[in-house]
Design a protein around this ligand. Structure first.
Ligand code: ZN
Ligand code: ZN
Length: 381
């Protein structure tokens, strides 16, 4: 136990950070914006020694407090993941379909298919979300498919460099076939891992690129989130974190990546991108709230983001795959269903899928079809 506690201490530093979150400060000059940028540049998230959350994020807890909660608190320390059931099913990938088709592969990995183009978010297929291939937060739910079973991937968007979102083996397996969109600072890592520089577009918040892929025009915009970054002990906040709007063929998706809630950034996204068809929004990894609250959203805050960005429908991700935090594994969907009920919104406006589930966009809003599991549980929460 001692060894594993020690390992967790290292991982906690890497995955969750222990430094006092810095408040916003401006110093660096503004980077040159691309021709296709949608608005005026804003450098309030850049400082001389890294990136910050421009709205400021107060201290999100000490490492000591985290380790105490992780290993001494009855609930989290005695976790028994096998007690929980995350529904899984077989994907039904699209075959040349004009209607957008959405598959949850697991955690933050979502495959979007439309007009013959395949877009994947934060592809992670490894067993551990960690610097090690043998330890750290382990999957409790296998990816819906192996990476080899995916259709050809044309576009990859990466939200930030945490291990549960940026996976070396997955990126290397996808190789130079897709075009990668990454936040500032992540391109160097991609190139180091063998991806050709010309296959990686590195964007700042509110920068956009229009690209033609297989005769389809795709419009990709990096948008803000409230989070942090780091893969080791010395690279805290050296690379940026982002969410992504990807639009093609009349379909606009917005991938939220990893984020805490504030009442400005998402409203701004809703104002500047008024036509989001599908929000892909994290709903898990929020407990204990005192430690996670500023960097991850809970289901109620996820619903607020869904409303702030004005998404027609949303899909809840970032749950049911890796045990990163203290909430019960199946709590996020139950709490989300209750939040929808409390807000007087239809359950089908913000769905969760079974791992591996594919839905056509016109069906994205349906309640969970497999067995009504989440819906039935909503009343119990
Ligand atoms: Zn993260
Ligand atoms: Zn995450």
């Amino acid at each position: 136990m001692r060894g594993s506690t020690c390992l967790w201490a290292v991982l906690a530093v890497v995955l969750l950070g222990c430094a006092q979150a810095r408040s916003a400060a401006t110093s660096n000059s503004v980077s040159t914006m691309s021709e296709t940028s949608v608005a005026k540049p804003d450098s309030s998230h850049k400082t001389a020694d890294g990136f910050v959350n421009p709205l400021g994020v107060s201290d999100h807890g000490s490492l000591f407090g985290f380790l105490k909660a992780r290993f001494r608190s009855g609930k989290w320390a005695s976790y028994q993941p096998e007690r929980y059931r995350v529904p899984t099913t077989q994907p039904e990938f699209a075959d040349q379909d004009d209607e957008p088709v959405v598959t949850w592969i697991g955690h933050s990995t979502v495959l979007l298919q439309h007009r013959g183009l395949n877009v994947i978010t934060d592809p992670v297929f490894s067993e551990y979300a960690s610097p090690f291939s043998f330890a750290g937060p382990k999957r409790i739910t296998a990816p819906a498919v192996t990476i080899e079973e995916l259709p050809r991937i044309d576009v990859v968007v990466i939200s930030h460099n945490h291990y549960d979102h940026l996976d070396t083996a997955s990126v290397q397996a996808l190789g130079n076939t897709p075009l990668y969109f990454v936040p500032l600072g992540v391109k160097a890592w991609m190139v180091k891992k063998g991806i050709a520089a010309e296959r990686v577009e590195e964007l700042d918040w509110w920068e956009s690129r229009k690209v033609m892929i297989n005769g389809v025009e795709v419009d990709v915009t990096a948008t803000p989130t409230q989070h942090f970054s780091g893969r080791g002990l010395f690279d805290r906040d050296k690379t940026l974190w982002a969410s992504w709007a990807v639009a093609w063929g009349g379909f606009t998706s917005w991938f939220g990546g990893d984020t805490g809630y504030n009442d400005q950034q998402f409203r701004e996204i809703g104002e500047r991108l008024p036509n989001i068809d599908l929000g892909i929004i994290p709903v898990g990894a929020y407990a204990p709230q005192w430690f996670m609250g500023r960097i991850h959203v809970n289901p109620e805050e996820a619903l607020q983001i869904h409303q702030d960005i004005g998404a027609r429908q949303s899909l809840g991700i970032h749950w049911g795959t890796f045990i990163l935090t203290a909430e019960e594994i199946d709590e996020p969907p139950r709490r989300l269903a209750q939040a929808l009920k409390n807000a007087g919104l239809p359950l089908d406006s913000f769905s969760v899928f079974a791992v591996g589930e594919t839905r056509r966009y016109s069906q994205v809003g349906d309640e969970h079809r497999a067995d009504g599991h989440w819906r039935d549980k909503a009343g119990e929460y």
